[in-house]
Design a protein around this ligand. Structure first.
Ligand code: GUN
Ligand code: ZN
Length: 430
């Protein structure tokens, strides 16, 4: 018999794009003190009546239950260098990141790193992710194996970089193509795994390597493309020097067949109107990484212009340039990045961008990011407040947006009670 599970809590999810700032929104689905029903790992419905004897019941009354968060851009090997002082993007990569990524050439280290990373994602209420491993095939293998062990929806792929990196991290077009092909054929579409062609960023791939990535993306249906774009002004300048024929940084990816409905581009701070139109036309989307952008001093994302152009924006931690794996903290920083530009991001939009909006941008709305019937039961249960100050603030909240906004602004992983993947509890507070 399929396993039947019922979770009682305050159920919250966002059913459609609420726009950037609307606080009164019809797309907010909130059912306080309700049972969420799960059968065979999928959401089966909801009810106010207590389910019968044949349901395995978990009572989280007075707590918040939401879809698990989706982190659309995060670097597994960079847990080792989170919170490293004193550099902007390019020198930060040289000084901290490249030496750390070298450790993942070794299979045992790669496996330990992957296990630690996925355990930590779950301990932060994140149940699906789009992940940068390293250039090493074993680092990809390790992540896919670890994710399969947790039944987690994971999108990753070998990092491509055949120039402007230390010798110990450099690949070449032929070897990279062989590794990618083997990994795609082994993992893409197996269980909940999907493969992403992953050029690190335009400066570290030759045109021939970008062209190879574009070819594989076209050859294997459903594969993703994951990279960085227009994060930092020195980086943008460097790309202009390396690709003098390109109209813009984004255009380098377009010219190599890398923009499409499954393309995830981290940052996108220094884009222009033509770039935004190109993103909208191709269906590619931007993963916004506010804690990273503030930490490295990269700049402020113009979310309003992306929204106006019809470009999808998801939220991401970008650890280790990002300073937390917590999506609530990331939502709170996203609010501040918009506030600096006079835009008042609603809690609804922030949550949407980290759940259903991310799923939609990844073409996975049927599976993750919501409490819809039929979706995978990838869930997180949270305390509404943790600590005396947050409890005080929570008691004073008079309406739902006020309460949820205080939750995301004051909350973090200490609020997390349990995390569920496909209807199985994969983390709970000790
Ligand atoms: N651009 C190229 N590589 C990286 C990286 O590892 N982190 C960030 N934030 N930007 C990058
Ligand atoms: Zn990144």
């Amino acid at each position: 018999m399929t396993r039947r599970l019922a979770l009682r809590a305050d159920l919250l999810d966002i059913t459609d794009d609420p726009g950037l700032g609307a606080v009164d929104s019809p797309v907010v689905r909130f059912d306080p003190d309700c049972w969420l029903l799960v059968e065979g790992g999928r959401i089966a419905g909801r009810t106010r009546e207590t389910p019968g004897e044949d349901w395995d019941k978990r009572d989280y009354s007075g707590r918040l239950l939401m879809p698990g968060f989706i982190d659309t851009h995060v670097h597994c090997p960079q847990l080792d260098v989170i919170a490293s002082h004193g550099e902007a993007l390019l020198p930060w990569l040289e000084r901290y990141v490249f030496p750390a990524e070298r450790r993942f050439e070794e299979a045992v280290a790669a496996r330990e790193g992957a296990d630690r990373f996925l355990d930590l994602l779950l301990a932060h209420g994140t149940t699906a992710a789009v992940v940068f491993p390293t250039v090493h095939k074993v680092s990809v293998q390790a992540l896919f194996e670890a994710a399969e062990g947790h039944q987690m929806r994971l999108i990753t792929g070998k990092v491509l970089m055949d120039r402007h990196v230390p010798d110990y991290l450099r690949d070449d077009v032929e070897g990279a193509e062989r590794d990618c092909t083997e990994l795609i054929e082994r993992w893409h579409g197996r269980g909940r795994a999907a493969y992403a062609l992953t050029p690190r960023f335009a400066p570290t791939s030759t045109p021939a390597q970008l062209e190879m990535a574009g070819r594989l993306l076209a050859r294997y249906p459903g594969t993703y493309m994951h990279t960085h774009v227009a994060e930092n002004r020195d980086e943008v300048q460097w790309v202009a020097e390396l690709f003098p024929q390109a109209r813009s940084y984004l255009d380098v990816y377009a010219a190599h067949g890398l923009l499409g409905p499954r393309s995830v581009l981290a940052h996108g701070i220094w884009l222009d109107d033509a770039d935004r139109r190109l993103l909208a036309e191709t269906g590619a989307h931007v993963a916004h990484c506010p804690t990273s952008n503030l930490f490295l001093g990269s700049g402020l994302l113009d979310w309003a212009k992306l929204q106006e152009a019809g470009v999808g924006v998801s939220l991401a931690t970008d650890v280790g340039a990002g300073t937390t794996l917590s999506m609530p903290r990331t939502l709170a920083e996203a609010y501040k990045v918009q506030a600096l530009q006079g835009v008042k991001l609603s809690a609804w939009k922030a949550i949407y961008a980290a759940t259903r909006g991310a799923a939609r941008a990844l073409r996975l709305e049927h599976e993750i990011g919501s409490l819809d019937v039929g979706a995978s039961a990838d869930l997180a249960v949270w305390d509404w407040a943790h600590g005396a100050l947050a409890l005080h603030r929570d008691r004073l909240a008079r309406e739902l947006h006020e309460r949820v906004f205080a939750w995301m602004t004051l909350g973090d992983e200490r609020n997390l009670v349990s995390a569920w993947v496909a209807g199985t509890q994969r983390w709970h507070r000790p």
